[in-house]
Design a protein around this ligand. Sequence first.
Ligand code: BGC
Ligand code: ZN
Length: 373
Amino acid sequence: MNNGSMRAVGVIPAKRQVGVLSHDFPKIAKDKDVKVRTIEVGICGTDREICSFAYGTPPDDCSYLVLGHEALGEVVDGGNGVTAFKAGDLVVPTVRRPCPHHRCVPCAADRQDFCTTGDFTERGIKMKHGFMTEHFVEEEKHLNVVPQHLRDVAVLVEPLTVAEKALAQVWQVQQRLPATNGKESLAGSGKTAVVLGAGPVGILGAMTLLIHGFKTFVYSRSPVPNAKAAVVDAIGAQYISSQEMPVEEFAKLTGPVNLIYEAIGVADVAFKVAKILGLNGIYVFTGIPPEQEAVGVEADNLMRQMVLKNQIILGTVNADAAAFESAIRDLSTFKQRWPKALQSVISGRYPMEAYRELLLGKSTGIKNVVSIG
Ligand code: BGC
Ligand code: ZN
């Protein structure tokens, strides 16, 4: 069926439908455009939320939105102005595209991850089609080359950028402290980090913290043994089930905590765990909970603690090109250090037709991936 259209997994919000759609074959329209054949696309909580119609917006002129923002592809062709890529290169695209306003300094500086107007777009999420289809076209500057030896794991680059952007900010913010270890590769040595949640963002976050030298704990719901706990223990972090050990007891085990990396998207738990953050600590939120009924927070205690302990809570979303570069570099280190554990983060590869179980069914496994070509 290659008559100018191809298959894509998408949503039609007005009809509350999710399915395999027919989508126009993309064209190279500008000099700097690169045409990419999609190899595989990871699925995350954001995609599942779009499929519940709580999030996500199709392009202005379209009734549907093609899903997928965690992609790996192979370059097939390019416009005359393309210099950095050649056919056969493996590439991972970034997600966010700049807003059109000249007054937005971050967007003008290719830092749309800090867009000030909110009018940015995101491929597969907000007003731009995603990558869960056979081919896509993207401007050269939004693509990152991946070495061939990372082909089997490179679909993890985008979810890993969450940790990379977070850590880049942690180093910056903690420059406020005298005698910090700075930005060098083992800046976490002698320090303790807690990762909240053992999904892909949590596990990839734990790997990142470990290679920077942090003593790392992962605190997550499921009792042991379970597949996620096995990966966590295999990389040399320590998995603790929150069902088996309450926060107070967990705090005794960890000792003073310098950094908490939240990757769970549940506010109730995230705020309860805040009490274990130590002096001068930093707490990074990466989860995006759906809008819900209010939950109780020990607000006075939290405020008192944050002031008396010089603490920071930092929210972070999206990632810049530098975070993608760091992710590609660190993925290589992970692959060398933990080849089996890294592989097992990818819990399954499925055809497009499996979209229903993957996007609407119960969330299973760690990172599920749609194989396209
Ligand atoms: C994506 C980010 C995006 C965010 C909010 C996440 O799943 O990885 O790139 O900015 O959703 O839309
Ligand atoms: Zn995602």
